[in-house]
Write a protein that binds this ligand. Structure first.
Ligand SMILES: Cc1ncc(COP(=O)(O)O)c(C=O)c1O
Length: 399
């Protein structure tokens, strides 16, 4: 923690370790030359391992939303029946993209704060088939950043494969990949999207996608309009070690440095670190009397949403936190003013969470709440210890 900088505890953009920040400030190279070809290959192969896929990786110069748009327009045609499973603001956004491009979208909207249930997804797919509109694709959010909920993607995907074997599974993995266990191939996911400014500890600017054989076959038939996000153009250019349009070269430099760091730490250790931070954040906020928003069975290890303390408005609370150098996120959509969100993804460790909780404690006490000083830190440390022990056991397992 740097005492001269505010603590950035939003769910992306996330902190940049020094080696990544320095990499991003390197001199430019020719994006049509051999240096960029090597950089693209390094980033692509590193991401392939991180996504746990043998499929294709495409890196777009865009924010995550651009990646979602690419997932839609490259694999669907206007009029295609699509099931959009939404558990929050980002699930709604994914659905809206498909609607905008003319897909025939059926929304399965789950109460915010809860995860989608595989049975409900199966039922929705059966209903669509019964209507003579079998789903061509199912759109899912892995980690819903607006509510702090992680969907059980493996079991939802298994249900989709049973009920609608032909449907493509398109996953918004923007705020979960690289922080929590995720298996693109083993779970049978056809298109997965993530964004550089989240767990990857890289500035905003790159959307990264994986595509399997089924996705590539669907792309050959899909007729939605596309130019900038035409993934076929990206795949053709990639054969020459290039991108079709000028890439955000600096962000690629940063991504390369991030993959070096992540591979050195190892993904099991990264997942364990996020599990510890998530458990600590939830326990600490709970000890301060902040009611957590997410169903505890599906609470996210990258972002925690909590209800605003009773009688306190977001503007006052946020201003007080900022005065103590803590920057958190507010609520989105209808949760604006109702919840606040704490990000714990990317370059984050237990001491960062304890530091943030100390500010929460101080601010709540200053604002007249009865908080027992030290209780949040003690609860967080206890939760972290329990989680660390479990994580260490899991990580220590052979294989
Ligand atoms: C789950 C999820 N989906 C989509 C997005 C949109 O990404 P971007 O803001 O990079 O376009 C975000 C960003 O917060 C996200 O968390």
């Amino acid at each position: 923690m740097n005492p001269f900088e505010p603590q950035l505890r939003v769910p992306g953009p996330t902190y940049l370790p020094d080696s990544i920040r320095e990499a991003g400030s390197r001199q430019m190279i020719n994006h049509r030359g051999p240096e960029f070809a090597r950089l693209l290959e390094r980033c692509t192969s590193g991401l392939r391992a991180a996504f746990r896929t043998s499929g294709e990786i495409v890196i777009l110069t865009a924010s995550g939303t651009g990646g979602l748009e690419a997932a839609v327009v490259n694999h669907l045609s206007p009029g295609d029946p699509v099931l959009a499973v939404s558990i929050g603001a980002f699930g709604d956004r994914f659905a809206r993209i498909a609607e905008t491009y003319g897909a025939d979208v059926t929304r399965l909207s789950v109460e915010w704060g809860r995860a989608a249930e595989p049975e409900a997804v199966g039922e929705a797919l059966r209903a669509m088939a019964g209507d003579g509109r079998p789903a061509r694709a199912v759109m899912l959010t892995h980690n819903e950043t607006s509510t702090g909920v992680t969907n059980p993607v493996a079991s939802i995907a298994a249900t989709i494969r049973e009920e609608a074997p032909e449907a493509l599974i398109l996953v918004d993995g923007i705020s979960g990949l690289g922080a929590v266990p995720f298996e693109t191939d083993a779970w049978g996911l056809d298109v997965v999207v993530t964004g550089s400014q989240k767990s990857w500890m890289v500035p905003p600017g790159l959307a990264m996608l994986s595509l399997n054989e089924r996705a590539l076959a669907a792309a050959g038939r899909a007729t939605m309009p596309r130019v900038y996000f035409d993934l076929a153009a990206h795949r053709t250019s990639a054969e020459k070690g290039q991108t079709p349009w000028t890439p955000a070269v600096s962000v690629f430099f940063a991504l390369e440095a991030a993959l070096d760091l992540m591979e050195a730490e190892g993904y099991p250790a990264i997942f364990a670190r996020h599990a510890v931070c998530g458990a600590a954040a939830r326990a600490g906020l709970g000890a301060l009397g902040c009611e957590l928003f997410a169903d505890p069975a599906h609470a996210s290890d990258t972002v925690t949403a909590a209800h605003m303390p009773a009688g306190l408005d977001w503007k006052t609370f946020n201003a007080a936190l900022r005065q103590h150098g803590l920057v958190v996120a507010g609520g989105q959509g209808h949760l604006a003013g109702q919840v606040f969100r704490v990000g714990h993804l990317g370059w984050v460790g237990l001491s960062d969470i304890l530091g943030a909780l100390e500010v929460f404690e101080r601010v709540l006490a200053d604002l007249g709440r009865s908080v027992e000083r030290g209780s949040a830190l003690a609860a967080a440390a206890r939760a972290a210890n329990g989680t660390q022990a479990r994580a260490t056991n899991a990580v220590g397992a052979p294989g």
